[in-house]
Write a new protein. Sequence first.
Lengths: 241, 243
Amino acid sequence: MAKISLGRRSSTLADSEWLMTDSQNDPLSAISNMLDIISLSLFVSGIALIIAAIIGVPLGAMLALRQVIFKKIIMLIIYTGMGLPPVVVGLVVYIFLSREGALGWLGWLFTPSAMITAQVIIALPLVVGLTASAVENVNPELRLQIRSLGATPNQAMWTILSEARAGVVAAIVAAFGGIISEVGAVMLVGGNIEGSTRVLTTAIVLETRKGDFGLALSLGGVLLTLTLITNFFLLNLNKRK
Amino acid sequence: MQRLYKTLTPLFQLSRIRHNYNGRFVLDIDDLTIQRGELFAIVGPSGAGKSTLLRLLNFLESASAGAIRYKEHPTPPLDLTRQITTVFQHPILLHRTVRENVDYGLRLRDQRDPKRVDEIIARVGLAAFAASAADSLSGGERQRIALARALILNPEVLLLDEPTANLDPHNVSLIESIIREENEQRGITIVLVTHNIFQAKRLAARVGLLLNGKLIEVGAAKEFFENPKDERTKKFVDGELIY
């Protein structure tokens, strides 16, 4: 199985297009290739989800609980961001990371780092918006009552988040569903390079283009199964808490 | 048994308190002192500003104008405000077990005392429900959990906002006996807000009537109920509707 690398890559888009033509015919190699694709899909979306959750959950809670100037406008932008087309996110990230772009010096284009960046941008509004909504649904009187028991503002925020955990888990599940299944952004900024940036969704596109609908459908089945298993664990985590 | 507070050490000193909500005046108290160790009841009709006064005493809100001093501090630090806790009329419990709800305040203070948690739960008569989800309990039981989660903190001041409203006689009697014990045996200062004058009569050493945000009369319980000075107090004590 190929090792996942986040680092700088010297390939150009032309290289990636050349690599898109998969020449593997050996069954063992095909399985190994498939495992690479699955692990990269989980790696990219998993890391993006963790980053989005670490930033987005406290941010959503703060927006819901604290007095924030221009709160309505911020929420409007976040709710709009929940519907961001992944391909547009991919395009913007591509422009920033391209050689002449503001962040071109990072050398992230066509690497998993670029794919993670794009997926964080897609997931973040979902996590922030749905967390804020879940926290706002907690009885506002609870905050007063736990403060009366001695909670500091931060302790109160974490307690309220814990009370809103079903909604917070739903936010994380929705964000995971949004990024594991998106193709536009990872295709643009990752380039679908075999063994490097090919994930399940881009592999499905490739196999469909090649006319191998059976394999494309099988990959779709794998994607759905992975999503199902991940969501099962996330929802059980909520129940255990 | 009514008793007068043993010491005369001022704990809370309120001066020229004015409080507004969205421009609507809710509280206007010129001067009030609450002594350490006393059981002071504030009576009055609904909407008189009683619950607002408790929120100010717990430093959960700041008054629009005037000063509230607790142990001489106009803005007491966290370790002092943590000596004060409120039992609310409609307690909101965490979606956790009874034990976790009672333990909550201790966890905020990084303290653990599972034995005492179980003792307090048993004291409010809920030992059999310690591991049950708090959501599954009745109104009276939830009120008892709210009292237990406040008492576990060993507060110096216990603010009670209609703690027995809408409860059955058994729960009222149990909660009142705990309030009395805490005040008489542990010397906790208790401020009890109630619209039930009989409860104030049973428990308090000193009573104040709050009407439309103003303190009409404050006095020793016996004087307040038997020989009120203000006509409005007399009417309220006699059970007449006053506004």
